[in-house]
Design a protein around this ligand. Structure first.
Ligand code: AMP
Length: 546
């Protein structure tokens, strides 16, 4: 017997409907060169309709890819709705990719129209003549004359909208249709395209909103400082549309801690979101200036593990971090670290520092990569995280890397973790970052966290370098806090670690650098460190064993 419920297609058109019917008065505020741009959902909806009309006039058909090269701003949000709701596929380009990667992803996706922020036009110069699928460029201007761009005839976003009708007959969509695509950040090899469907986006949005997950409500003022090209800004734009939150966008001032703090204060932000490196700088600034953000109740943080020292310093200035784990391939929400009921007060911080509990809708297991054996949740055994669920990728665009899916349908994440009996996930490392020394594993993440808890250290990344006897040994790259530059030594760091990690984990060397290289989405880029690393001086006694 079948159920008698409607076969309602889950699509982003529903979010657009709520934006118009229920949340028209809610504001969308974008930081600008001078002041802010302020609009409301009610003003944006007719523009979204016009944009869909313009896309149709440009020949965009269901399934066609429409690329965006844009910061977090209101026009990008308009594209977030118009493109998928008219049946096309929104392809958000990562503006921090190297030109050859950008060229690769545009060609791989065969983008037909490319929308670009005026300030980002220079990024397209190296691609001229190399992206033949793009039939039309549309520039989202900032009111100043266009620089010399070499792209031939380009269209102006506002002129394009102006010529269209305020009404658009949205087509009936099937929930399995592609809505958006996002390429993985490509720390190894070429980026790979993850294709979200309307259904996956809809269900993910509902998941994001749950109280035990990110818990956005209609009363919130949400400030996503995670790029709209990074896993759809962690799904926050659609979650805000669904719930009716006021939204703040940093535009190109995303990396400027002062602009971020000032906008959050002026617009009474309640939820901030970004990777740990953003908060390392923000915490340092707030500590220095004494400025506070009392309205902020949650700082969503994911993308890499939160160092204990960072969570403690954020707690001390009244900014409560909510740790989440996920990846582009998981839409991205996979787990959230909210201590479970009954957690003793003195254990809360430990629990908040884990990657948390897998969210409803997603199933998780850890597997020994060598034997394929599924491991117990005992807080000791660790293996690769594998996940499955309605917003988890089942493959990449154009069929790359088919081995990422197991034969029984689980997605191999490449993250190594243990899981406690209560279900807390603790990521030990990426499979490619874990250090294999003398047949045992050393967690680069744990070592980094221990080093970053040193009061004179701002950032630290640890990599394994070849060693003739031990196979690999850890080497730390550390950045001193500005006020301690030149005043912290390798010996001091090693001494500090003595009671924090096992003796054989102590790095063989601590190398001081000015800044840890970052990936295009702001994570520590160990690939760059590895590529330029000088070999370990095996003749000298390791730093930890002098
Ligand atoms: P991306 O697809 O660029 O977002 O990268 C996803 C990867 O980031 C994951 O597979 C993890 O290795 C890492 N990651 C994301 N969130 C966390 C977290 N909370 N703790 C540790 N690593 C994380």
């Amino acid at each position: 017997m079948e159920g008698l419920m409607q076969d309602y297609e889950l699509s982003l058109q529903h979010v657009l409907w709520r934006l118009e019917r229920l949340h028209a008065h809610k504001e969308v505020v974008t930081k600008q060169e001078q002041g802010v741009h302020r609009t409301t959902n009610g003003e944006m909806v007719p523009r979204i309709n016009r944009l869909a009309g313009a896309l149709k006039r440009l020949g965009i058909k269901p399934g066609d890819r429409v690329a965006t090269l844009a910061w977090n701003n209101y026009r990008h949000l308009e594209l977030y709705y118009a493109v998928p709701c008219m049946g096309a596929v929104l392809h958000t380009l990562n503006l921090r990719l190297f030109p050859q990667h950008l060229e690769f992803v545009i060609n791989d996706a065969e983008d037909k129209v490319l929308f670009v922020d005026q300030t980002l036009l220079p990024l397209l110069k190296p691609l001229i003549g190399k992206i033949p699928s793009v039939e039309q460029f549309v520039v989202m201007g900032n009111g100043t004359p266009l620089p010399d761009h070499g792209l031939g005839d380009v269209l102006d976003y506002e002129t394009l909208l102006h010529a269209e009708s305020e009404a658009y007959p949205w087509p009936k969509l099937s929930e399995r249709m592609a809505a958006a695509m996002c390429y993985t950040s490509g720390t190894t090899g070429n980026p790979k395209g993850v294709v979200y469907s309307h259904r996956s986006q809809f269900i993910h949005t509902m998941g994001v909103l749950q109280a035990d997950n990110l818990g956005l409500t209609e009363k919130d003022v949400v400030f996503p400082i995670v790029p709209m090209f990074h896993a759809n800004s962690w799904g926050l734009p659609y979650a805000c549309g669904m719930a009716g939150c006021k939204v703040l966008f940093p535009d190109r001032f995303m990396g400027d801690a002062k602009s971020v703090v000032d906008l959050a204060e002026q617009e009474a932000a309640t939820i901030l979101a970004g990777v740990p490196t953003i908060w390392i700088n923000t915490a340092a600034l707030l500590k220095q200036t004494g400025q506070r953000l009392p309205k902020v109740h949650t700082v969503i943080c994911g993308g890499s593990a939160i160092p204990r020292s960072l969570m403690e310093s954020m707690d001390a200035i009244g900014l409560r971090m909510l740790h989440a784990w996920g990846m582009t391939e998981t839409s991205p929400l996979g787990s959230v670290a909210r201590p479970r009921s009954g957690t003793p007060a003195d254990d809360e911080l430990n629990k908040r520092l884990t990657q948390g509990i897998v969210v409803p809708g997603v199933e998780i297991r850890i597997v020994d990569p060598a034997s394929d054996e599924v491991l117990p949740w005992d807080g000791v055994a660790f293996g690769e995280i594998q996940v499955r669920g309605p917003w988890i990728a089942r493959g990449y665009y154009n069929g790359y890397d088919p081995g990422k899916l197991t034969e029984d349908g689980w997605f191999r994440t490449g993250d190594v973790a243990k899981i406690t009996p209560e279900g807390y996930i603790q990521i030990v490392d990426r499979t490619k970052d874990v250090i294999k020394s003398g047949g045992e594993w050393i967690s680069s993440v744990d070592l980094e966290n221990a080093i970053m808890s040193h009061p004179k250290i701002l950032e630290a990344a640890v990599i394994g370098l070849a060693h003739s006897k031990w196979d690999e040994r850890p080497v730390a790259y550390a950045v001193a806090r500005p006020e301690f530059k030149g005043q912290v030594t390798q010996e001091e760091v090693i001494q500090f670690l003595q009671d924090k990690v096992a003796k054989w984990w102590l790095p063989d060397e601590v190398r001081f650098i000015d800044e840890v290289p970052k990936t295009s989405v702001g994570k520590f880029d160990k690939k760059v460190l590895r590529a330029s690393a000088v070999p370990i001086k095996e003749s000298a006694a390791p730093a930890g064993r002098k």
